[in-house]
Design a protein around this ligand. Sequence first.
Ligand code: MCA
Ligand code: AMP
Length: 348
Amino acid sequence: MILYTSGTTNLPKGVVTTHANLEAQISTLVDVWHWSSSDHILCVLPLHHVHGIINVVCCALWAGATVEFLPNFSAEAVFETFLLGKVNVFMAVPTIYFKLIAYWEGLPVEQQKQVTETLSRFRLMVSGSAALPVSVMEKWKAVSGHTLLERYGMTEIGMGISNPYEGERRVGYIGLPLPGVSVRLVDENNSVVPDGQPGEIQIKGNTVFLEYWDRPEATQKAFTNDGWFLTGDIAVVEEGYYRMLGRDSIDIIKSGGYKISALEIEEVLRTHSAIRDCSVVGIPNEEWGELVAAAIILNDETILPETILNWLRERMPAYKVPRQYRIVDDLPRNAMGKVTKNDLKPLF
Ligand code: MCA
Ligand code: AMP
């Protein structure tokens, strides 16, 4: 299988996974999350990412379970389907739980009770692809009675770290290494850090991809000499559980569960005749995880952010289009001339 994923480089890379990788990814999840042929899952996720294609569709089919689809996500349609009483497993990104909570809060009290009662009969509800805000976790518990099972994954590795099916699901943590997955945290010198200290997550195991399609150099850079995959994610271990702290690159944005390259958006923006220069950052946002934001230096002072937004809409999918704009005279730069994006964020 080849799924495309954004990185810090301009164009997305094709992640090649072998049959053996897929078998390892699927069979591990079927086992640890207790999938069976009596399960019935509703798929609202796109099938061009691991979350939808592996965790939802392939695991369900492997177990002989039923997988039902909605053509796209709509909170109303999700609750209507739930109320039919067949679905007992659900998996989604935090943005979707946020949207479901908002919809539920707007329902009349009688309908809220009906939904809550239906959800309380579910076997399993999982969140992943982006950090689950504690507020969303707590509100969803009030709506559904479920403590969401949060897990950590990546296109290149499938799922790596997960809270347990049975046992403590620790709020704010991504959990423990999955069976068959070796996980270590390392510092800038690639030395393993002691518990309690932050480090980059590195992964080894049968679930890890083969190569980036037609990109041997990128593949080589993604692994240590002894075969550990460099995720670029920073985490810490506290009392055995992993907690995500962030990413080593400010140029990777996660919005609505999608991974977005800030550089890719900047390159498109710079092709607009009214734009002299720009810089794109991710701004923390409870609903979307991060919101894409752009600081722009204009050649033509009369152009409006709405005009730029509409122009961008024709050139990239909706989730990549910056939602916030600031017109600036200059961009903050370090001695090397590189834009210091951390100094830019407070503008938004
Ligand atoms: C859409 N809109 C946004 C964004 N996306 N606004 C701000 N930020 C965004 N990111 C706007 C649209 O332009 C539109 O506004 C309005 O929201 C509704 O758009 P629509 O496309 O209908 O949005 P949606 O369907 O409600 O989309 C939300 C979504 C979607 C369902 C959460 O983003 C989604 O499917 N996300 C899941 C992605 C995923 O599967 N990621 C997994 C990859 P207007 O009307 O003004 O235009 S990660 C992975 O696979 C790893 C291995 C892992 O760990 O799981
Ligand atoms: P993708 O490249 O689209 O597969 O996205 C993988 C990235 O999503 C990881 O490298 C993490 O940065 C992020 N991610 C996945 N699950 C979680 C989680 N539970 N908490 C925080 N970040 C996550």
